[in-house]
Write a protein that binds this ligand. Structure first.
Ligand code: NDP
Length: 340
């Protein structure tokens, strides 16, 4: 049993990490941008798990030094999950890069000063699979790094994740020596939501099930279940060989139309709303004229980014469930929460 700090405790992935840590017998403290979220969060976690939850919440923002020393005091491990994950990309990339990178460094420095043994940081497949242009390796592995300077094959978010993870490893190679770092790089995370405060990744399901598109755009992603992503975080905390390593926590690549097919099969009541077939690329480009946020997916049209999870399986003993389960359980939770 250890004392573990989870940053960004209010988030989708963090909630599952917290519950799995508690289930394993660890004592958990969380951070949130506002301490007023402590009571609602404990209620949400308790309702989802069916057991009372009462974790302490310390107020800390990635953009400020305040609170981090108090948050890490007395902790054996830190799960650094917090990072801005916006649906709409800001024009100024620094709006995401600054909190992601500087926040990670704040957490690492505070952890080092407090004598924390190991930090597990949530990076992303975004730090591996972007900026390659047509030279993208297949499959992508932990050996690969995104090129955040190639703006044609990156967003503010993918750049923020790459730059933050690089900064973390650079810190560990210098001032951070003596502490351990392990990084988890998840792909598109689906699976059960606990509250209506949804992660951007669950938009994949809400967009499909609320009839927003007549047909699926030709985009796709590697799908993984949030419960398996949390499991990878917990394993990376204690498996000795995980120190100094990054791990892709990813399932197989699926086109949006395949995700829609899985939903159609499992939720007959939503069949009429779910898109049928694929939207021609030219039509989607036309649609950006009346719906500018769609521009964000134009560079992704037809792009396949395949990942290997062989390392997580081999080193962590990670065994993710089928992608279909992540899709179905994610949708079921959104129905139960009256989101869709
Ligand atoms: P959520 O949006 O649910 O969680 C993000 C968390 O980060 C929230 O708790 C949020 O706090 C916190 N946060 C954001 N900005 C700040 C800030 N300035 N200071 C302190 N906390 C902040 O998303 P997920 O759970 O999906 O994402 C968690 C992590 O996983 C992120 O690092 C994300 O990049 C990464 N990831 C997610 C993937 C996915 O598909 N979901 C895929 C790969 C990586 P608040 O509640 O106050 O907004």
């Amino acid at each position: 049993m250890a004392k573990v700090l989870v940053t960004g405790a209010t988030g989708f992935i963090a909630g599952h990490v917290i519950l799995q840590l508690l289930e394993a017998g660890h004592e958990v403290r969380g951070t949130a941008r506002s301490a007023s979220r402590a009571t609602p969060l404990n209620t949400i976690l308790g309702d989802y798990s069916g057991k009372p939850v009462n974790i302490e919440i310390v107020e800390a923002d990635l953009n400020s030094d305040a609170g981090w020393a108090e948050a890490v005091a007395g902790m054996d491990y830190v799960q650094h999950v917090a990072s801005p994950f916006a649906a709409v990309m800001p024009r100024d990339h620094d709006e995401l890069i600054r909190p992601a990178r500087d926040g990670a460094l704040r957490v690492l420095k505070a952890a080092k000063a407090a004598g924390v043994k190991r930090v597990v940081m949530t990076s992303s497949m975004a730090a591996i699979a972007y900026g390659w242009g047509d030279a993208r390796p297949n499959p992508l592995t932990e050996e690969h790094w995104s090129n955040s300077d190639n703006l044609k094959d990156n967003t503010a978010y993918t750049r923020s994740k790459t730059i933050a993870e690089r900064a973390a490893w650079d810190y560990m190679a210098g001032e951070g020596k003596g502490m351990e770092l392990s990084v988890i790089n998840p792909s598109a995370v689906l699976g059960p939501a606990m509250s209506r405060d949804l992660s951007t990744s669950l938009e994949i399901i809400t967009q499909l099930m609320t009839g927003k598109a007549p047909a699926s755009p030709r985009v796709g992603f590697c799908v993984v279940d949030v419960r398996d992503v949390a499991d990878a975080h917990v394993k990376a905390m204690t498996v000795p060989e995980a120190a100094g390593e990054r791990f892709l926590a990813s399932g197989r690549f699926m086109w949006m139309s395949e995700v829609a097919d899985v939903l159609r099969e499992s939720f007959p009541d939503y069949r009429k709303k779910l898109p049928r077939g694929e939207l021609p690329d030219w039509l989607l480009k036309m649609m950006t004229l009346i719906n500018p946020p769609l521009k964000a997916i134009v560079p992704e049209l037809g792009r396949e980014r395949h990942c290997s999870n062989e390392k997580a399986q081999r080193v962590l003993g990670w065994r993710p469930r089928m992608e279909e389960e992540a899709i179905i359980e994610g949708a079921r939770s959104l129905i139960d929460l009256n989101v869709i």
